[in-house]
Design a protein around this ligand. Structure first.
Ligand code: SF4
Ligand code: SF4
Length: 459
């Protein structure tokens, strides 16, 4: 890589600022496209390789310069996020990322700040990488699905071997260099019934404070289900390109109610012990909704369309979950990013999240927090037969109802000028009164249906 800025040759900022341009937006850039050094069984993104047959899957240096220039130009506010993802972005090698930082620093206008983020499986991170990530204050999203057996259930390499040890080694190196790490934990058939075990592993064994849980929902049609169940590795014969079609799900996918229970069980542990110490993205988003503030997660917002995905060749897609031909907005070599982000196609994509919500959702008592979640998961029908209900609906109803009381409490405390962690003392008092004198083998008074000793006895 050269050390001087490139005349990148991409389109210039349009003379007239597009009227629909958002104040801020987020792009997940995939410099290696769908290419990854692992073969996680549930990773349907591996199949996106089929979108670009014969390609080298490597973002060219002039395109990198075009992208970063357009990204900085398209942000009028003080904050710009440069976010890398894959596939596995570290396959591009450290010189690519050194160059990306060098270019970004040259491009920032006075008063503009940058946040670098990268999502990685961690297996290629060494001391040199981690020193670089620390130096530039990268926020690293590291994929870990729980303790060894749960992680290795699906997170395997090209030879089908578990990756747990390699990821733990990477985490230790990241921690030694004091890099900010967010755990990205997918929730699926193998770990969905181990919520508290997974949470305690992250909190106690790994010492992690920032957690994101991501439901695995792999859609399939009757024609694709059998092959989809085998996984998305390039070594599978007849692997289809994954698109958001079909109303079946693979056997690895999380169950709808299981997803809600997973979140609810972790919430019970968190709200009694860890508020203000451990940050779980879904809980922060829910609290924002209970406070009447827009949650930070697009899936819970009324509309979306400001979280896009950039492929290695400059193709821009409406969203990371819609990298498929009909959601390709154009290429940043031909059209400036700000024009693509504000294009009628993208505006319509974002508004459709609200405008296609079934009546069942519109009259739902937790719609203010759920908003029908992500359109990619809306492929079931409502009880009265309307299409477009979210596959995870039962889980979301369970979770949002479950957290209603403590969320109200936390929101009230914050409105009174107190702090969210004060909720732990309030709940401790309530629990003491509610659970006093309950026998360990009696049904738990919380109504879970479980014995007290298996439920709130420890609370
Ligand atoms: S489609 Fe889903 S993930 Fe994509 S921006 Fe909309 S809500 Fe977010
Ligand atoms: S909980 Fe279900 S019905 Fe309610 S808004 Fe969410 S998806 Fe719709």
């Amino acid at each position: 890589m050269t050390s001087t800025p490139l005349a990148d040759g991409g389109p210039a900022l349009p003379a007239l600022w597009p009227s629909d341009a958002p104040a801020a937006f987020h792009v997940l850039a995939k410099p290696s496209g769908a290419i990854c050094n692992l073969d996680c069984t549930y990773c349907f993104f591996l199949s996106k390789e089929l979108l670009y047959p014969g390609d080298r899957f490597r973002m060219a240096e002039d395109l990198l310069a075009t992208y970063l220039r357009q990204l900085v130009e398209a942000h009028r506010g003080p904050e710009v996020t440069v976010a890398w993802q894959g596939g596995e972005p570290t396959l591009l090698g450290l010189p690519f990322f050194r160059r990306s930082v060098e270019l970004t620093e040259q491009l920032l206008r006075p008063g503009q700040r940058v946040q670098y983020t990268i999502q990685t499986n961690g297996t290629l991170l060494d001391d040199e990488w981690c020193a670089f990530l620390a130096e530039h204050h990268f926020l690293v999203g590291l994929s870990v699905d729980g303790p060894r057996a749960l992680h290795d259930a699906y997170r395997v390499d090209k030879k089908g071997r578990g990756t747990f040890d390699r990821v733990m080694e990477a985490l230790a190196t990241l921690q030694r260099h004091e890099v900010d790490v967010n755990i990205l934990c997918t929730v699926h058939a193998a770990n969905q019934d181990h919520a508290v075990e997974v949470y305690r592993f992250f909190r106690d064994d790994l010492g992690m404070r920032f957690l994101q849980f991501i439901p695995i929902v792999e859609r399939a049609t009757p024609d694709t289900l059998q092959v989809a169940n085998l996984g998305w590795s390039g070594s599978r014969k007849g692997r289809p390109l994954y698109t958001n079609r079909g109303s079946l799900v693979t056997e690895r996918s999380v169950g709808s109610l299981a997803w809600g229970r997973f979140l609810a069980e972790i919430f019970d542990e968190w709200v009694r012990h860890d508020v203000g110490e451990v940050f779980v993205q879904h809980f922060d988003a829910a609290l924002a909704s209970w406070l009447g503030v827009n949650p930070a997660m697009c899936i819970y917002q009324e509309t979306c369309g400001v979280a896009l995905a950039l492929e290695h060749n400059g193709d821009l897609y409406s969203c990371d979950h819609f990298v498929e031909p009909e959601h390709r907005l154009g290429n940043i070599r031909d059209t400036h990013l700000v024009e693509l982000v504000s294009s009628p196609q993208q505006v319509a994509f974002g508004l459709a999240k609200r405008d296609t919500l079934p009546a069942y959702c519109r009259s739902c008592d937790v719609r203010f927090a759920c908003n029908g979640e992500c359109p990619k998961n809306r492929f079931t029908t409502t009880p009265d037969g309307e299409a477009g209900l979210n596959y995870l609906c039962a889980g979301y109803k369970h979770f949002f109802h479950h957290v209603d009381e403590p969320m109200r409490l936390m929101a009230d405390l914050l409105r009174q000028g107190r702090e969210a962690p004060d909720v732990m003392a309030v709940l401790a008092e309530r629990d003491a009164a509610r659970f006093r004198g309950v026998g360990r083998n009696e049904p738990c008074p919380c109504g879970s249906g479980r014995k007290f000793k298996h439920c709130h006895a420890d609370a």
